[in-house]
Design a protein around this ligand. Sequence first.
Ligand code: GSH
Length: 246
Amino acid sequence: MLPKKAFKTGSTAPDPPAPGVLRLISSRFCPYAHRTRLVLAAKGIDYETVNVCLYKKPEWFFSINPLAKVPTLQHDGKVVYESLVCNEYLDRVFPGRKLLPEEPLEKARIGMLQAVWDAKCQPNLMKVSMSEGEERQKVFDALKEGLSFLEKHLATQSGKSFFGGDQPGILDYSIWPWFELIDLLLTDDDVKLQEVEFPELLAWRAAMFDRPEVQTCAFDMSVFAKYVATMRAGNPDPDIGLEDSN
Ligand SMILES: N[C@@H](CCC(=O)N[C@@H](CS)C(=O)NCC(=O)O)C(=O)O
């Protein structure tokens, strides 16, 4: 039985996954790993989890993934890492609902929105939560500029709630972890997303919250907040909330 607590520097590597078993090397509070957990849940794929501590990385992790980052998948002797690569691999290899569009232009559109998210939204969202005063307002404006591309795309989808259409697709899951955390990241009133500016995106967020796969994977916000407090105190605790577990 694999422990829930994170493997740390000096730990013995767990045995490789048994044949046919998919393993996710993860970290409980990582939004990138969360992307992959969402895809696994959406497609109904069985898997086991090995949590690693990213502040005191186990040495053996580097021999599986040279970057030693999560998420990393192990599957029948193969290794796949980088969240978007993992998600595409899972979508292609496993049966279940297809999350990536087949149609080339549709696939290109999703890829371009992902690039906008990566360049203009995700970094600014993190910066807003860490900056103050004028600088924070500047970063918030840059974030809103990025988000307006997503807003416009949703507005062109005539009646479809998700970037994937009637159901969430690969992009919905890859941007969701940050939207789930948005109330922790954008705490003050002057940096809240307003209904009048982002009606589509806020409706999308509400629709995502209703999805069973999103609910299954949801972060426990009170534990997440405690984790953030340990980070801010300079001593991140990847096992917070697991005091009674192994
Ligand atoms: N581009 C990577 C980023 C993954 C990532 O940065 N994960 C963090 C945890 S949230 C990590 O593994 N950090 C360890 C490190 O940067 O060395 C992906 O999409 O998978």
